[in-house]
Ligand binder design. Sequence first.
Ligand code: SAH
Length: 238
Amino acid sequence: MQNNQQDMIDDINAEVRYTHSLIGKDTLDPRVMEAMRKVPRDAFVPPEMRGAAFENGPLPIGYGQTISQPYIVALMTDLLAPEPGHRILEIGTGSGYQTAILSQLCSKVYTVEVVEELGVIAADIFRRLGYRNIEMRTGDGYQGWPEHAPYDGIIVTAAAAYIPDALVEQLRPGGRMVIPVGLPYSHQELVLLKKDEQGKTETETVLGVAFVPLVEGGHGGHQQGSQGESGSRNDAGV
Ligand code: SAH
């Protein structure tokens, strides 16, 4: 039998409990789980993938990219701790699913995608579902989006080899950044960076993950035949 949205929520909760010693909690913020319940994940996957839309795993969305695993989307959103008045920057729009979850929890989401075609598809879904507090542009997320900085939170949904300076600069004092850091298709860690009121930053690693790479300079975003696994847990290191 196919999973439905409630099965997906149950699976996320089960995986949160299973990983509690790594993530330091056994439940996620109820507001985050409410957003996961409200946003229809099946609207963000290609038609041929709809049957698997509520399974707790990543799925291909074309252009060598993937929609992240629901557990990872929920966990990253919880770590980011968005609040109703917040303005959030997301790097790596992809399917737009993480963007839509954030749009439920803050006042404005700015999102940057390097593959123009994916941005067009995501923008169309936002319009159809009536999510109006999202602004998107095509470009290289390593540079952030300086025009709207500073942001209360920054979330990166592709793995960067290092934490880009431009993103740290565009984070307001007191803000948080959630970013997978590591080598392409190799060991990566989900990192939570906090910037204090004096502008000093500290980082903590949360758990091992497997994301598609954050491509530098806006090239190679479409990797022919690449096997993206964005946003799945990597059992090595967990
Ligand atoms: N949050 C998305 C994740 C998609 S996978 C979802 O759940 O659907 C990561 C995305 O990052 C891909 O769409 C990829 O094209 C994009 N990406 C990779 N490098 C980028 C860069 N330098 N700037 C902006 N987006 C980038």
